[in-house]
Design a protein around this ligand. Sequence first.
Ligand code: MG
Length: 228
Amino acid sequence: MHKIKAVFFDVDDTLYDSTFQAESARRNAIKAMIEAGLNLTEETAMRSLRRIVRRFGSNYLGHFNELLRESGYNGNPRIMAAGLIAYHNTKLTCLVPFRDTVPTLLSLRDRNYKLGIITNGLAVKQWEKLIRLGIQHFFDSVIISEEIGREKPDPRIFKLAIDSLKCKPSEAMMVGDRIDRDIVGAKKIGMLTVQILKGNQRDSIKNSEEEPDYIIPELRDILNILEK
Ligand SMILES: [Mg+2]
């Protein structure tokens, strides 16, 4: 029997479908820009945009500027505005929890588990997600990399999270989609690790140090693990 007292979650692709959200928002932005006069095919524009996102990072604010500049549409405010509106509208529409996120969090609370978030990213942006997802009140502790100057998989971010809920590593579970960020660091300090199979599944497990204790297709499956 696991003696788990606290369950920590990653946010993106763990509590909601951020890969689908980002992909849909980009695609709808491209469609709107084409409708507004951008003379590229949808697939060509998507490829360029993906490349730009990889090059500048996902928190960069000028992806569409760069796309228009590269395509010879520098300073076309009509196309830019059309893209931005479609992008932001789609992002908001797709910012909904997985179907079993809220029921799972409710069950965990009913069973008196402490709940926490450990997430990489900008603090305001990550809080905005939790608040828009309507799940911000579930968590006793929210640790965001920007605020503490450490990113997953640095074991110190996991240690800090555990200390914030006053439990031992062996009493804490970490649930996340990424082996490299969520599993490796948590495992290092002795947390029970659970990989949820959402998002792009880019990771392959290279050795036993990267092996999660459990792999689950859906978030609600953690309830079964906790009963073991
Ligand atoms: Mg994630």
